[in-house]
Write a protein that binds this ligand. Structure first.
Ligand SMILES: NC(=O)c1ccc[n+]([C@@H]2O[C@H](COP(=O)([O-])OP(=O)(O)OC[C@H]3O[C@@H](n4cnc5c(N)ncnc54)[C@H](O)[C@@H]3O)[C@@H](O)[C@H]2O)c1
Length: 346
């Protein structure tokens, strides 16, 4: 299968690109190369005859038409997005432009291409989204695919809008779509502004490890390579028009996750131990959702997919990867906003 992956130079998109090529799919990686992109993420497949790169922006309809006509993919996996909640608080405009208008452009370009190709039933438009569209949970309960949408941040509101567009393009125009909403990812190549790399890199530098609020916020943690596997499962075997929640079956409070990472660093890099002495509670994020949890019953029952690693094992691999790949993250630390506290203006 030939797959057009948008956002393939980002964290999750690059994991999808690497896995898809490893499984013998041809991949066209379309990416605008924003601050969050890094082409080194896909260096391992860069010379593969199965891989091609297109430097293009999903806000540019003409570019999308050209790429689709030139490469004639069998499927689109749409991951390109502005993805950092804190940045969405400071600058929501970029999130509306890329996540809403960009997804609209891509849907329209995909629809025109699909019609031109004779409306093949085998074509897929796979929209990758987040569990944050469902809002926040209390101490109990889990998000199912039928949970009403209640996004609380500019980021999640724009992702929710894009989900609605994708659903409507299926219902109205018959575009063969599948949709996924996943929990918090972590793993290799995670951009150094997100929680897990921030904890690892600050701990290695002996800097304070910032924990928002009291650290009670609960997330379900999904190892990025498990997520990529789930996405290819849904792409190839999911039912058209259906959405699937993807979780890691690993709920943890932020503070507990941070302590696990510190303990792993104590073991693997004992020089700075105990690293948890660096934990520093800082002002909470405005509108910070208390708890997200995924009910993975549908993807498990219908597609037989389950995550392969526990959060302890996934974090062990992740910490090892950051210890072994300092040049990768050092090159990204000069990018605008990295290492600064963002999203406190509200
Ligand atoms: N990271 C998570 O935990 C998580 C969880 C659930 C869902 N998601 C979703 O998964 C997708 C990928 O997330 P990520 O963490 O890999 O994001 P990321 O920020 O690491 O990567 C996003 C990629 O999209 C590209 N991009 C941004 N705007 C673009 C545009 N206008 N045109 C073309 N390319 C553009 C960037 O250059 C970058 O390579 C997003 O849609 C996000 O909403 C992420």
């Amino acid at each position: 299968m030939k797959i057009l992956v948008t956002g393939g130079a980002g964290f999750i998109g690059s994991a999808v690109v690497r896995l898809a090529v490893a499984r013998g799919h041809a991949v066209v990686n379309l990416d605008a190369l924003t601050y969050a992109a890094c082409l080194d993420n896909v260096k391992s497949v860069g010379n593969s005859p199965l891989y091609a790169f297109e430097h293009a922006d999903i806000r540019d309809r003409a570019a999308l038409d050209r790429v689709l006509a030139q490469h004639r993919p069998d499927a689109i996996m749409h991951l390109a997005a502005e993805s950092h909640v804190d940045r969405s608080i400071d600058g929501p405009g970029d999130f509306v432009q890329t996540n809403v208008n960009g997804t609209f452009n891509l849907l329209e370009a995909a629809r025109a291409y699909w019609v031109r190709e004779g409306r093949p039933e085998t074509f897929r438009f796979h929209h990758i989204s987040t569990d944050e569209v469902f809002g926040t949970l209390g101490a109990t309960g889990k998000f199912t695919e039928d949970t009403p949408y209640a996004p609380n941040s500019p980021y999640s509101a724009t992702k929710a809008a894009s989900d609605h567009l994708v659903r409507a393009w299926h219902e109205t125009y018959g575009l063969p779509v599948v949709m996924t909403n996943c929990s918090n990812n972590y793993g290799p190549f995670h951009f150094p502004e997100k929680l897990v790399p921030v904890v690892i890199l600050n701990a290695l530098a002996g800097k304070p490890i910032p924990v928002y609020g009291t650290g009670e916020n609960v997330r379900d943690w999904l190892y990025v390579e498990d997520h990529a596997d789930a996405l290819l499962t849904v792409l190839t075997r999911g039912t058209i028009g259906r959405s699937y929640n993807i979780g890691g079956e690993n709920e943890a409070r932020n503070i507990d996750l941070v302590r696990i990472i510190c303990a792993l660093l104590d073991e693997m890099r004992p020089q700075g131990a105990p690293h948890d002495r660096l934990i520093t509670f800082v002002a909470d994020r405005p509108g910070h959702d208390l708890r997200y949890a995924i009910d993975p019953a549908r993807i498990t029952a219908e597609l037989g997919w389950r995550p392969s690693v526990t959060v302890e094992e996934g974090l062990r691999r992740t910490v090892r990867w950051y210890l072994d790949n300092a040049p990768w993250w050092q090159a990204l630390q000069d990018r605008a906003g990295v290492g600064q506290r963002l999203g406190v203006k509200a």
